[in-house]
Write a protein that binds this ligand. Structure first.
Ligand SMILES: [Zn+2]
Length: 386
């Protein structure tokens, strides 16, 4: 086993370091590089691994296996060579902000409700935490406020390796029984937890904690949250959306919901008015077909519900089959066909086959859509005159 000096535990802010290549192992895919010292954090404790470069070679992942720190690369490196390692600091600092924020929220939830953090995922967009008991949005808002106050206190984060006697009386959160050297991360007054991850040294660096949502999950809840720069990015996305709504509705940015509500009510009224007008016009249309043996109607731009209503209205007046076709903006047609006490099953099958259609329904009433021109539809209907 090759030992590597873990620089990320000595100083979490090391972004660049000098190291010697101890070994370059050919792996199934690419190479595994072992160094005498490294600031690359390996995946662990729910925190994704660092990425970066060794010399001119890209480090894509870092894993700890059987005590060894393996840097995954696509190209080999010369054993014994001295080189500069650089970690992708923006990515690492973001992960530190998220991870530290997650500890603070988990600690506060544990303190207030006694729930455990039973699942934790640090994704590229949001962090999810699963808690062992129920939480509502009101409680989430209280936790969010407390967490941010704790962030702004800018307390120093303490990292210790207590003896087993000290550990026995320490009220710390931990998912599993731990043996050997245990690393304890303490956010004073907020959380004490066993963790191998990289954390900010002062809570103020987290910047801000935003709890986004909480939903029922198994026996407890799943919470989504973001910290640090992700909060700013989130604000910008939401702000831009609201800005656009505000411009389109000529509403103040803090009154867009009321403006949407008004728009919705207006839309509801207009729909009612259109429906009444349609009913009148459909009744008038139906009158024209009174006593006719068959009806074939083309009408532009109807919704499928209206196609059905018009067919229904005309069907009450004409004595035979009634077919309504309405052209869509893309040139296809909606259709509805009805026949009092009729059986349209074979007819519909033939029409769908002849005009690339789809749809069906009851024997005496069918609905669907098809492709084809008005001429083609008329000629099909002509050939099927009863
Ligand atoms: Zn942790």
């Amino acid at each position: 086993m090759r030992e590597t000096e873990r620089l990320y535990y000595e100083d979490v802010y090391i972004k660049e370091f000098e190291a010697r290549v101890l070994e370059c192992r050919k792996a199934k895919k690419g190479y595994h590089i072992l160094l005498d010292r490294s600031a690359f954090y390996p995946e662990g404790g729910g925190q994704p691994s660092d990425t970066g470069t060794l010399g001119n070679v890209q480090v894509t992942e870092v894993h700890e296996k059987e005590g060894e720190l393996l840097h995954y690369t696509e190209e080999p490196l010369e054993e014994g060579a001295q080189m500069t390692g650089k970690i992708d600091w923006e990515r690492r600092f973001d992960l530190m902000q998220q991870h530290s924020g997650e500890h603070m929220v988990s600690g506060l939830v544990h303190e207030a409700f006694g729930y455990d953090n039973v699942g934790f995922h640090m994704g590229g967009d949001v962090i999810t935490i699963d808690f062992s008991g129920p939480l509502d949005e009101g409680q989430m808002a209280v936790i969010e406020e407390q967490a941010n106050r704790k962030v702004w206190e800018n307390a120093a984060v303490k990292i210790t390796y207590p003896s087993s006697e000290e550990l026995a009386v320490l009220p710390y959160r931990s998912k599993k029984e731990l043996t050997g050297k245990v690393r304890i991360v303490e956010f004073p007054g907020t959380d004490i937890c066993a963790c191998c991850g990289t954390h900010v040294t002062h809570t103020g660096e987290i910047g801000m904690i935003k709890l986004l949502s909480v939903v029922k999950f198994h026996e407890g809840v799943r919470m989504e949250m973001i910290c640090g720069k992700r909060v700013l990015d989130h604000m910008n996305v939401i702000g831009e959306q609201n800005h656009q709504i505000s411009m389109k509705l000529s509403a103040r940015p803090d009154q867009t919901a009321q403006a949407v509500e008004r728009l919705w009510e207006e839309n509801y009224r207009l729909k009612g008015a259109v429906m009444r007008l349609e009913e009148e016009s459909f009744a008038a249309e139906a009158e024209k077909w009174a006593g006719a043996p068959e009806a074939l109607i083309f009408k532009e731009g109807l919704e499928s519900d209206s196609v059905r209503k018009l067919t229904d209205a005309v069907l009450q007046k004409c004595s035979g089959r009634c077919a309504v076709f309405s052209r869509n903006p893309d040139g296809t047609y909606k259709y509805a066909v009805g026949e009092k006490d009729g059986d349209l099953r074979q007819f519909t099958k033939d029409m769908n086959a002849a005009l690339k259609g789809r749809g069906g329904g009851k024997p005496f009433f069918v609905q669907g859509s098809l492709q084809g021109t008005e001429e083609e539809i008329r000629s099909f209907m002509e050939s099927r005159k009863g």
